[in-house]
Design a protein around this ligand. Structure first.
Ligand code: 2AM
Length: 177
């Protein structure tokens, strides 16, 4: 079976703050807010992959060593091509780049295409055409784990299902939630 997969940092702890940002930006005419359940900060998008790759992905992720860290989210941005309006860090912490690069190295060994051009962000709106006018907030995202998600299309829209999560600073692997 094929699954649409991506590694990401969960952002549910900032759920109410991010919803507040969306509420403010709605007044600027942005129309398609991301569901709060789907807030995340992507590390690596893997696209459609066969199930058979999952054990290798689990092993690769479990081998990553990285201490917990924080990300200050303080700027809005717009990807014109993808039409997504996002909140992200103006100064991504070195630890985020380290986690991204270590995961990247493991994925390359598995023969996967990984992006080298990394712009960390949390998407707030899809189908966005214009940049945010409002001043971005300053939010701290505490990063203590990363997750392999499956993107699933349902009648209610896309949902991101955590397949497995890995705690930073430990080698513990938690099975499916
Ligand atoms: P984003 O909203 O953080 O940009 C699942 O589809 C998630 O993977 C999306 O929410 C999107 O994250 C990211 N994604 C989807 N298609 C992508 C692509 N072609 N390249 C990079 N990231 C992508």
């Amino acid at each position: 079976m094929q699954r649409r997969l991506f590694f990401a940092l969960p952002a549910q702890e900032l759920r109410s703050e991010l919803k507040h940002c969306q509420h403010e930006l709605l007044t600027e005419g942005h129309k398609k807010p991301v569901k709060a359940d789907n807030f995340h900060l992507t590390l690596h998008f893997l696209g459609m992959q066969d199930d058979s790759i999952l054990p290798a992905l689990y092993k690769a992720a479990a081998d990553i060593e990285c201490a917990p860290f924080e990300i200050r989210l303080d700027q809005y941005g717009l990807f014109h091509h993808a039409r997504c309006l996002w909140l992200g860090p103006s100064h991504p912490p070195a630890a985020l780049q380290v986690l991204f690069s270590r995961l990247s190295d493991k994925l390359k060994v598995l023969g996967l295409d990984v992006s080298s051009n990394y712009q960390p962000h949390i998407t707030l709106f899809r189908n966005a055409h214009t940049p945010a006018q409002a001043l971005a907030p300053e939010l701290e995202l505490a990063v203590s784990e990363f997750i392999l998600y499956e993107s699933c299309s349902t009648a209610e829209g896309v949902i991101y299902m955590p397949l497995r999560r890995w705690a930073l600073g430990k080698h513990s692997v938690h099975e499916k939630p």
